[in-house]
Design a protein around this ligand. Structure first.
Ligand SMILES: [Zn+2]
Ligand SMILES: [Zn+2]
Length: 222
């Protein structure tokens, strides 16, 4: 489950972040970046940002901070964009797709807030970060790289929020593959999948046509 952080979790989430970044050798204890990661309370109480956590079986397994354009925490974000920061997965929970889930939660948040583009910044030594963004279809934007005061270059990736739209007929991402046939079929029949979350729709045939309902995103009619 991905949800907003609670105020009694700031210290635990800070420790999780620092632990993940130290083990990945992205920062070292005592560096300003480690202090930034540890200080989850400041990020969570910043009115310009929002901290999410991943929870599995009652354990906190990951976190990300959502920083829309205008937030004090952004580095390279432009109008209409959102930059996420302090993405971390607890070392014992890595490899389970939690980082991707947190990124998709950022994309979903962006759509709900009418933000078009999600921006990720990553250091050169964060090889797992580069691999993850490439796997999720982010586009590298070298002209938007940002050099921190300590000389570290943050490399920039962007992803359009549209990538998270799913084909109602086949359930695959609309940005991948050819859905011409699917679009034709959808003119004649109800969608099988929710375009927002890929859940199976509950379809009812009614005298006027059909109704298709996603448990999370509501009803469509045709
Ligand atoms: Zn399709
Ligand atoms: Zn849905």
């Amino acid at each position: 489950m991905i949800r907003s952080i609670r105020s009694d979790e700031y210290d635990r989430v800070g420790a999780l972040c620092v632990d993940a970044y130290l083990r990945a050798e992205i920062t070292r204890a005592g560096e300003p970046y480690a202090a930034f990661l540890a200080d989850t309370a400041s990020r969570a109480t910043d009115p310009t940002a929002e901290v999410l956590v991943a929870e599995h079986d009652g354990h906190l397994t990951g976190t990300v901070t959502i920083c829309p354009y205008g937030s004090d925490l952004t580095k390279v974000c432009l109008p209409g964009e959102m930059e996420f920061r302090a993405l971390a997965v607890a070392p014992e929970a890595q490899g389970g797709g939690i980082a991707a889930d947190l990124i998709w939660a950022c994309v979903d948040w962006s759509r709900e807030h009418e933000v078009d583009t999600v921006v990720a910044c990553v250091t050169e030594k964060n090889t797992s970060g580069h691999k993850l963004y490439q796997k999720l279809g982010f586009t590298r934007q070298p002209d938007r790289d940002w050099v921190a005061p300590d000389g570290t270059t943050l490399q920039t990736y962007t992803q359009s929020v549209e990538v998270r739209r799913f084909c109602g007929r086949c359930g695959k991402q609309v940005s991948v593959g050819d859905h011409t046939g699917c679009r034709g079929a959808l003119e004649l029949e109800p969608p099988r999948y929710c375009a927002d979350c890929r859940r199976r729709m509950v379809v009812q045939i009614v005298p006027t046509g059909w109704r298709a309902r996603c448990v999370k995103h509501g009803e469509l009619a045709g």
